[in-house]
Design a binder for this molecule. Structure first.
Ligand SMILES: NC(=O)c1ccc[n+]([C@@H]2O[C@H](COP(=O)([O-])OP(=O)(O)OC[C@H]3O[C@@H](n4cnc5c(N)ncnc54)[C@H](OP(=O)(O)O)[C@@H]3O)[C@@H](O)[C@H]2O)c1
Length: 233
């Protein structure tokens, strides 16, 4: 489905981004993955047969360099994020600013710098907290909500480039690597039991939606909530 297409996955060394890079490679695309940790990035790229370009989305120049080196591309996906949060009244301003800097401004920088061919696409990854908030994570709700507004705005302003977003529920990826293993497993098991589908998500569940956005030329300004039924339970 993607033969002859150039795809950039920013955040492609892990989790949802890595699954997206795998699927796009399987569908015949030339894939470039970008993230900060060069060792992890190079290891993922060599397994995939993709190109690695070390990039930090919190840095204007780093993102500009990435797309200067890529040249015109067909599809861009942003999964990069490192989230810092805590109780609203006490969480450090430095932490909430860092969350916005990576997740929201990172996507903004990518959208400004990428040269996407007409009819190509930009896909952002938001998250269920935008419409199903939880205590102690207001900044993540805000970042996700802002990205959803940005998606709709860019669908108009970047046309004929298309812009869409996928909002995942709980997906088992390395994003929770810092949690104690027993607590992580317990949280995932409880979530799985609470969902109509009886399981949490895997990276490929979201990657398949991202590939649908790349390949359905009628999709723009769309936000798909993909959460195993989390929003209806
Ligand atoms: N997993 C879930 O349950 C879930 C639920 C809802 C929403 N989401 C959203 O889905 C997206 C992907 O999450 P994931 O679970 O795939 O996370 P992940 O496995 O931790 O992957 C995050 C990727 O982003 C890269 N990254 C982080 N900060 C970066 C920066 N400043 N510049 C460039 N690259 C950066 C990481 O590599 P380096 O650290 O080496 O840079 C890594 O490749 C995130 O936006 C997350 O908020 C996830």
């Amino acid at each position: 489905m993607l033969a002859g297409k150039k795809v950039v996955v920013v955040g492609g060394s892990s989790g949802i981004g890595l699954s997206t890079a795998e699927l796009a490679t399987r569908e015949g695309a030339e894939v470039i993955i970008a993230s900060r940790n060069a060792d992890r990035l190079n290891a993922a790229a060599s397994t995939l047969g993709a190109k690695a370009m070390p990039t930090d989305v919190t840095n204007d120049e780093s993102v500009e360099n990435l797309f200067r080196n890529c040249g015109p591309v067909d599809h861009v996906v942003v999964t990069a994020a490192q989230l810092r949060t805590g109780p609203f009244k006490t969480v450090a301003m430095e932490d909430v600013r860092a969350t916005m800097e990576g997740k929201f401004w990172g996507a903004w920088r990518v959208a400004r710098s990428a040269e996407i061919r007409p009819g190509g696409s930009l896909t952002l990854v938001t998250g269920y907290l935008s419409i199903r908030p939880r205590p102690n994570s207001a900044i993540i709700s805000v970042a996700n909500g802002a990205l959803e507004s940005l998606t709709r705005a860019l669908a108009l302003e970047l046309a004929p480039v298309r812009c869409n977003a996928v909002s995942p529920g709980i997906i088992d990826t390395p994003i929770r690597a810092a949690m104690p293993e027993a607590a992580r497993r317990d949280m995932l098991a409880k979530t799985a039991a609470s969902l109509p589908v009886g399981r949490v998500g895997v990276g490929e569940d979201i990657a398949r939606q991202i590939l649908a956005f790349m390949t359905i030329g009628f999709a723009t300004g769309s936000i798909v909530y993909l959460d195993g039924g989390g929003l209806v339970t």
